[in-house]
Design a protein around this ligand. Sequence first.
Ligand code: FES
Ligand SMILES: [Fe+2]
Length: 393
Amino acid sequence: VDHVAEVRIIQDILGLVDAETTDMAGAEHEYRNPVDHYTDPDRYALEVERIIERTPLVVGHVGEFTTPGAYKTVQIGNVPVLVVGAGDGTIRAFVNVCRHRGTKLVTEPSGARRAFPCPYHAWTYGMDGALTHIPEEFGFPEVTANVSEYGLAELFCEAHQGFVYVRADGKAPSAPLGEWLSEVGRDLADLGLGDYLVRAGSAVDHPVNWKLPLDIFLENYHTKYTHRRTIYPVFLPNVAKFDRFGPHARCVLPRRTITGLREQDESTWDLVAESTLLYTIWPNTMVAVLPEHAAVWHVYPTGVDSCRLEFYALVSPRIAAPDEEEELNKSLAAVAKVKKEDAARFLGIQEGLKSGANSHLTFGRFEKALAWYHQSIDAALGDEAIPFTSAAR
Ligand code: FES
Ligand SMILES: [Fe+2]
């Protein structure tokens, strides 16, 4: 975040603290999000087709693909994807499906190899996706004569400011990633996460709609109640600054210490030290920037009421001294606790969805980033965006 922007954001937050309020929707009413947007299988199929498979999704950090043949597999909607680093900075993505009889090629979540043999009949592909070996090739005269046509189907894959973006539908995005990411992209560039180290990775399957783990991040109204004994003592509850950049968002969640900046010269103000910067990279990635590290979540839908939540931490390579390492470990442990508290909430919401208790979920005026997110979903599905509506309606 450039210094002019960070001073402006901090001034806005100090103004909100003085006025004993927070950043709220201009509309006077709540936003009502229909429950079936989380439960309807037809709508889910549309989300997969029009959002998940059509958008360049962040599938990882460049640090995961530095050694030759370092690979990772992810499921993007209906498309199993294999992402492979060549070791020279090149990162490619392929449909993770053998060209012989279509079995899934690589079944492990990640690893490193220079050749990818199919588990079925051992057709083998190189790091560049080329078909390099057909056992008993006398059975396949035409394939052998046209072997270059039998490489793995390649997908759009591009590294940008430290993250790797893949689009599963075989098409390239119409705008450059930097343009599409707008100010979020510029912030990521300023933060310099590209040379960070990947640590503490995990992937957990949750029996919840994929949008619930994202919803949980987009407000800090719950800090005082859900995180009472963890982050509430450190963070100002329900004071935040929200900005929207196309479908992406930045939520600045200030620490209590931010009010102490009033006594300090503006030139020394440091937003990262005084807040958590939470970025939503549309549609399924969250990046929380903390002083000691960044926490990254990718949410992959696996069904209308199931998703896979991948998490990892990005650690600054400048952390060198043992006391810094201790601070980092404390911070990682704190994030792990908060993750558990949030997971209990989204699991609870999923249980509530089908109960019939609610026809819609109600987002308050200071939960406006949730409203933005769901408006973007509506827009991507080709629906009329649902406006902020009167609670009486
Ligand atoms: S399906 Fe892959 S080698 Fe036969
Ligand atoms: Fe939370």
